[in-house]
Design a protein around this ligand. Structure first.
Ligand SMILES: C[S@@+](CC[C@H](N)C(=O)[O-])C[C@H]1O[C@@H](n2cnc3c(N)ncnc32)[C@H](O)[C@@H]1O
Length: 254
């Protein structure tokens, strides 16, 4: 058994072989009608749920900190219902190009004025725009094991240091996101990883190091088939075939 299987069977025990097989199955995408039927966009049902869980309301200032290719951006913009401001940020220039295309192709012309695309390192938003946004979606770069396995099911060269390093990057991005929301503002942290280090582990570190500055918001129902983790909710494809994996956790700046 290689390091990859050892690491994940250490987390999931007897569940790992079935979960690994489910990660290798193609994701079941659904077609979403956006903007009152103006446009159709295809994405995973769990991704839609995560973006909706940010709870965007009309009139708010919203940041999508790591936005490309932009499926969740559309869900957030739709929730503004024609009133507010959405900044869709993406560091990678080819991926930003794709994001702009998705926005141009799917957003009605009358709503384009609400959304701007920026190219910052999301680590810098906290200092650039401190306390500016009402809500931030941080859909963080992550291990994305389904993608890794589709490239090489054996993952012979995988090292545990990879997920540890990603968890450090995610922690830093989350600290910046928490600084850029106003007091009482909400940050939704999400990943498509199944590594606990990148999910509850990142949230646990923030709650520990920023005690008194941030609190967890675990209100709301657990959607059918999802699992409650220590600090968030997670959808696994071995439980809901073709859906996820997606993890998210909601944090409020105190
Ligand atoms: C999980 S993907 C986002 C998916 C997107 N939210 C969606 O639903 O279509 C993470 C994105 O973060 C971008 N990214 C990575 N590091 C970044 C950083 N420091 N600042 C901004 N974007 C970053 C990656 O290029 C990638 O496009």
């Amino acid at each position: 058994m290689g390091e990859f299987d050892r690491f994940y069977s250490g987390i999931y025990g007897g569940r790992w072989s079935g979960l690994k097989a489910a990660l290798l199955e193609p994701a079941r995408k659904i077609e979403r009608l956006c903007f009152g039927g103006f446009s159709r966009y295809v994405l995973d049902a769990a991704s839609i749920h995560a973006a909706e869980a940010l709870g965007v309301r009309p009139g708010e200032r919203v940041l999508d900190a790591c936005a490309a290719p932009g499926g969740k951006t559309l869900v957030l913009l739709e929730a503004l219902d024609g009133n507010g401001e959405l900044v869709a940020n993406e560091l990678s220039s080819p991926r930003r190009f794709r994001l702009k295309q998705v926005i141009e192709d799917h957003v009605p012309p009358s709503l384009l004025g609400l959304v701007s695309v920026t190219a910052f390192d999301a680590n810098r938003f906290g200092l650039k725009k401190e306390g500016y946004f009402d809500r931030v979606l941080l859909d963080a770069p992550c291990s994305s094991e389904a993608h890794l396995l589709s490239e090489d099911p054996e993952q012979r060269s995988w090292k545990e240091s990879r997920t540890r390093q990603l968890a450090m990057r995610q922690y830093s991005l989350l600290c910046s996101a928490l600084l850029t929301v106003k007091r009482g503002g909400v940050v939704l942290y999400s990943t498509c990883s199944i590594s606990r280090l990148e999910n509850d582990g990142v949230i646990a570190r923030v709650l520990r190091r920023k005690e008194g500055l941030v609190r967890l918001d675990q209100e709301g129902q657990v959607p059918e088939g999802w699992e409650r983790t220590e600090h968030g909710l997670q959808a696994f494809p071995d439980k809901i075939p073709g859906v996820g994996p997606i993890y998210f956790s909601r944090l409020v700046r105190i």
